[in-house]
Design a protein around this ligand. Structure first.
Ligand code: PRX
Length: 653
């Protein structure tokens, strides 16, 4: 082990830049660096050219209309996303190609060709139609990683009914809030899902959620785990029964380029999740282009994005991008360490995966488990690796390079967001010299910059705010039912034509971008965005709690760990049992991903004279740092007490 760590240290200390190999470069779809200048000179022409990757029912009249901060792409164009992902490939004779190799956590497998997916999407679309779903109606989808998830999304897209996928790890109340905001008419769920050998009770959670969802008319349930479930006559249907009698032909709805494709909720700095709105034409062009060229997709590739479809990574790079590109993908239902810590590597070997895209958190877990797990398997099919979701520390990057890519595979560290819809800062694997820990450069046609507080570009080496200065096709169009928040959150700091990403960044002397993490009260726990406010609301929802403040603390494994400072109501005692109760309470309200790592009980919270909680000081306490300026505090004495309390943490993982 020590020897292996020394090998990683040696790679790191070389300060090496990793050039693409001659072989990789010669076979890559894009290997001429002039693509950057060409796109920068005329971005509209560049995107117009890329728009040919999509089949249009009616060709667009205009590439882009930028009315800051409002944008429209491919104006006048008509298309259907499901047609682009399925029908056109089947029509072109590509129906027999595998769309997904699916692997259930307990060990079952399914191989679905493009034709299989096409036929089932048509049946389900007809089934949904029979339930009254039509263009413009919202459909909520709450499923685990089963083939029915992409099928349900595409059935909605076929009908022009925007979907709102809710991650299967969310709890009932999180599901309820999202259904209510979208006013979804139908919910598609499953009786359960498998995770680490346990059954996640999806239908039970759904039942609890929809008790308070007046818009839901029908619940369609996929039979996955079995068992008895309460069924409400007239409202409930089994997925399998619904599609059984349906014809396998269903004309795709012609959609305007700017018609809504989906809503996906993400955390912001308030307790109310934001419904990020993606439309059809620009999104399809953006995800198809970036997927093809960043992952260098060739016809024989077996591409595996190991994210969950419940997040944007899965929407763009498991469903819409790869299927638009007629790629073969892998879908895995369960946990990477079930039944053992080599599960992913056994799937790579079995399916001869050529491309693997995962999160730094997962890579850090692999590191901790040790190289003996990948070493047990033949990973020689891999030729390209990717990461997404949080900054990757150079050590994890080098480990990924050495033990998974066996020093042959370029790594694309891709920066983007739910809002951006597509990858924006990334290496191009046949062109870019890689530096561990840097997402390198903006994709061709993208203009990113780093600003100081006053909107001036900062020089190399200095940190600042990451901004985007030109619209891109897959960018979100608004926040569902809240355009004001769209303007306020993203386009008000500088000017309406400058998008504030919410991340800190710096550039080095070569112009490479280094992402530094969030600059707002959004935490990034194991690659998942969670707002401090959401966790605080969940805590104060418990009758014992008077007040709570939540901060993130850096953590070697999950990136950031949640630390909650809690003041209890009079008469309550903050002991281990209460801490456990509160942690479980948050898991119940939001989901396990938001469960605080540590709870620290205090008599009061540090506040300014206007009553604002000083999270900055709490962050210092959580990190064990020297405390910053306390002179503006109304209750300075409390800080000392909190610092002492922090050493007797309660309820830590
Ligand atoms: O802070 C950045 C981080 O994840 C945030 C976006 O989260 P979400 O909308 O959930 O989408 C995640 C998957 C696209 C960003 O604001 N982030 C994402 N990718 C990277 C990253 N931070 C550093 N490097 C990345 N490659």
């Amino acid at each position: 082990m020590a020897k292996k760590e020394a090998a990683i240290d040696a790679l790191l200390s070389e300060n090496r830049v990793f050039e693409p190999s001659r072989d990789f470069r010669s076979r890559a779809l894009w290997n001429d660096p002039s693509i950057y200048e060409r796109a920068a000179k005329d971005p509209e022409a560049f995107w117009a050219e890329q728009a040919a990757s999509v089949s249009w029912l009616r060709k667009w009249d205009r590439v882009v209309e930028w009315n800051p901060p409002w944008v429209k792409w491919f104006l006048g164009g008509k298309l259907n996303a499901a047609y682009n992902c399925l029908d056109r490939h089947v029509e072109d004779g590509g129906g027999d190609k595998v769309a997904y190799y699916w692997e259930g956590e307990p060990g079952e497998e399914r191989v679905l060709t493009y034709r299989d997916v096409y036929l089932e999407v048509c049946r389900l679309a007809n089934g949904l139609k029979s339930l009254g779903v039509k263009k413009g109606d919202r459909v909520a989808i709450y499923l685990g990683m089963v083939p029915e998830l992409p099928i349900a999304m595409l059935a909605c897209a076929r009908l022009g009914a925007p979907h709102s996928v809710v991650f299967g790890g969310f709890a009932a109340s999180a599901l309820r809030d999202r259904i209510n905001d979208a006013e979804a008419k139908v919910l598609i769920t499953a009786d359960g899902g498998y995770r680490r050998g346990q059954v996640v009770p999806l239908k039970q959670n759904a039942e609890e959620a929809i008790r308070e969802c007046p818009s839901i008319r029908h619940v369609v349930t996929v039979r996955r785990t079995g068992g008895d479930h309460p069924f409400t006559a007239g409202r409930d249907l089994w997925y399998q029964d619904l599609i059984a009698e349906q014809p396998a032909e269903c004309p795709p709805e012609p959609m305007d380029a700017e018609d809504l494709l989906y809503i996906l909720y993400t955390s912001g700095t308030t307790g109310k999740p934001k419904g990020i709105v993606h439309t059809t034409g620009g999104y399809m062009v953006g995800v198809a282009t970036t997927h093809r060229f960043i992952f260098d997709i060739h016809d024989d590739d077996v591409y595996w994005c190991a994210a969950d479809i419940g997040w944007v990574t899965g929407h763009s790079y498991i469903v819409y991008g790869p299927l638009a590109n007629h790629a073969t993908g892998i879908l895995y239902e369960g946990a990477p360490d079930w039944p053992d810590k080599d599960r992913l590597w056994s799937i790579v070997e079995k399916r001869k995966a050529t491309i693997l895209y995962t999160a730094p958190t997962a890579i850090r877990a692999f590191m901790r488990w040790g190289p003996e797990y990948p070493d047990k398997h033949d990973l020689s099919s891999l030729r390209l690796l990717g990461t997404v979701g949080e900054p990757i520390n150079p050590e994890a990057w080098v480990w990924y390079w050495k033990y998974i890519g066996t020093e042959r595979c370029p790594i694309v560290d891709t920066w983007w967001q739910t809002e951006t819809g597509m990858i924006l800062i990334t290496p191009l694997p046949g062109i870019t010299a890689l530096k561990p820990g840097s997402a390198t450069r903006p994709f061709p046609g993208i203009e990113a910059d780093i600003y100081d507080e006053h909107g001036h570009t900062v020089g190399p080496g200095s940190g600042g705010y990451l901004v985007l200065k030109r619209p891109w096709p897959a960018m979100f169009r608004t926040i569902y039912k809240d355009p004001e928040r769209y303007v306020q959150t993203y386009f008000s700091k500088y000017s309406p034509d400058v998008y504030l990403a919410g991340d800190g960044a710096k550039r080095d002397d070569d112009g490479y971008f280094w992402l530094l993490g969030r600059i707002d009260d959004v935490m990034n726990v194991a690659g998942h965005r969670i707002s401090t406010y959401e966790v605080e609301s969940a805590l104060v929802d418990n009758p014992r709690v008077a007040e709570a403040a939540v901060v993130a603390k850096s953590d070697p494994e999950v990136g950031q760990a949640i630390v909650a400072f809690v003041t209890l109501k009079a008469g309550q005692v903050g002991d281990q049992t209460v801490a456990t109760e509160l942690r479980e309470h948050v898991a119940k309200v939001i989901g396990k991903i938001a469960r605080p790592h540590a709870i620290i009980f205090t008599d009061d919270l540090p506040k300014t004279r206007s009553g604002k909680i000083m999270r900055r000081l709490l962050r210092d306490v959580a990190e064990g740092r020297q405390l910053g300026d306390v002179t503006t505090l109304a209750n300075a004495e409390i800080v000392e007490q909190i610092r002492d309390m922090a050493s007797v943490r309660t309820g830590e993982d």
